[in-house]
Ligand binder design. Structure first.
Ligand code: BG6
Length: 439
């Protein structure tokens, strides 16, 4: 990999910061949702989480020790704008400025995600959040406050994390706020994330802010037996291209419009086409989160996704498929011709702390195999600019609480001091980065 390759790790505000009511922060939909009994696994919430809010020095020192070249984190909208708009919370801005400063001093490039799912509750109450086009102006205003405040530190911006996942979970599957099961709401909310992203990218370029801007989506490539190729193709068009095309080509795939048909009522996919087209040109890179592939078979509805019978799984049943990463990178490169940053990739499991050590061999194997595949893809000429392992420390899993762990650093959530313990994967990743530095 190139000398300047961004080896790093990623996280998000709600999953690590805690301090949910401190220093002027307003409430997000996740603060309210997770504090309502029955909504999350074992009623877990991010009120304290990893207490990253109070431990910047300690955690950034660990990142430096691990030789990270970049750290991807998200901003909490309500820490910066407690009501979602207008009044700026200076303490929130100061907090993120000190995080960026610490990272820079440690030689670590901050990669900032503007939005990772924690919408201001106020905007949800006022007009239904992502269901209304009103969100676009509020989002762009928030993004500009972030650009103004952090432009001296940040060279890589990610507009929204996995809009394809949070809209599905929130509006179609009812497992995230606002707990809806409505196909039209799902498609509408997604469309509003597209417009908000396009308008933000356009503004970023218009004001000539320094650095590069991209956005991150989840990609789960489909595999199938040859007899199910048409099912796989339908999956590709309606579940992958549908989300990536409007952001990186500036238009939705026509075939998928037919598939969604009447569910698209009231959604004008063409109204902002000019903006979508120009933002698709302007956006600098694709952020992709890859964890697993899926197995596609045909079904009455066109296709069905099942667990791949021939591939190994994590203890949470996620398919382990490094080849799927190659498939992902190749598909994105060939279709969109933009540099790619792997903004998330990691292994979620139940780690055990024994004598202040965590032997997480499965995670090391997972990371090694995926990184080798990424390097192979890089050698074929795919422009990959960074790799962020998910995650640096253990953190709150939206659907699996504190039990499912992804970190290179273990956190003992049963101990109120929240001690940090370097896992075996921490030392392994550190060596990998050091070797890269020598090349
Ligand atoms: C991604 C999200 O979808 O997957 C992260 O961007 C999330 O925020 C990660 O934590 C892992 O998902 P889970 O459900 O296993 O915690």
């Amino acid at each position: 990999m190139k000398q300047e390759f961004l080896w790093g790790a990623a996280s998000s505000a709600y999953q690590i910061e805690g301090a949910y009511l401190e220093d002027g922060k307003g409430l997000s939909i996740w603060d309210v949702f997770a504090n309502t009994p029955g909504n999350t696994k074992d009623n877990t919430n991010g009120n304290i989480a990893c207490d990253f809010y109070h431990r910047l020095e300690e955690d950034v020192a660990l990142m430096k020790e691990c030789h990270l070249k970049c750290y991807r984190f998200s901003l909490s909208w309500t820490r910066i704008l407690p009501n979602g708009r207008k009044e700026v919370n200076k303490q929130g801005i100061a907090y993120y400025q000190s995080l960026c400063k610490l990272l820079k001093e440690a030689g670590i490039e901050p990669i900032v995600t503007i939005y990772h799912w924690d919408l201001p509750q106020n905007l949800e109450d006022e007009y239904g959040g992502w269901l209304s086009e009103k969100i676009v102006d509020d989002f762009v205003h928030y993004a500009q406050v972030c650009f103004e405040a952090l432009q001296d530190y940040v060279n890589y911006w990610i507009v929204i994390n996995e809009p394809n996942i949070f809209t599905e979970h929130g509006y179609l599957r009812a497992v995230h706020p606002p707990k809806m099961k409505d196909m039209n709401a799902y498609l509408k909310s997604y469309h509003h994330t597209v417009i908000a992203t396009a308008a933000t990218v356009h503004l970023f370029k218009l004001y000539n802010y320094p650095g590069k801007i991209g956005t991150s989506l989840a990609y789960m490539p489909g595999k199938s037996m040859p007899q199910y190729d048409s099912a796989k193709n339908l999956y590709q068009i309606t579940q992958l291209d549908w989300f990536f095309d409007p952001l990186f080509l500036g238009e939705y795939p026509k075939e998928a419009m037919e598939y969604y048909g009447q569910h698209l009522k009231d959604i004008d996919l063409y109204k902002h086409q000019q903006l979508m087209k120009s933002a698709a040109q302007e956006i600098d890179f694709i952020g992709v989160n890859y964890y697993q592939s899926t197995w596609v078979i045909s079904a009455e509805s066109g296709f069905e996704l099942i667990s791949n019978p021939s591939l190994p799984k994590t203890s949470y049943g996620w398919t382990i498929d490094p080849d799927g990463l190659m498939q992902t990178l190749t598909a994105l490169h060939e279709k969109y011709h933009k540099p790619i940053m792997i903004t998330e990739n990691g292994y979620g499991g139940k780690d055990i702390l024994i004598n202040h050590m965590v032997h997480d061999d499965e995670r090391i194997d997972y990371l090694r195999e995926h990184i080798e595949m990424m390097e192979k893809a890089y050698k074929t000429g795919i422009d990959i600019i960074g790799y962020c392992c998910w995650s640096f420390t253990d953190l709150l899993s939206w659907l699996n609480g504190y039990e499912k762990r992804y970190g290179l650093v273990y956190i003992d959530f049963n101990d109120s001091a929240l001690p940090r313990v370097r896992k075996d994967s921490f030392f392994w990743y550190k060596q990998l980065i050091i070797q890269g530095e020598k090349q």
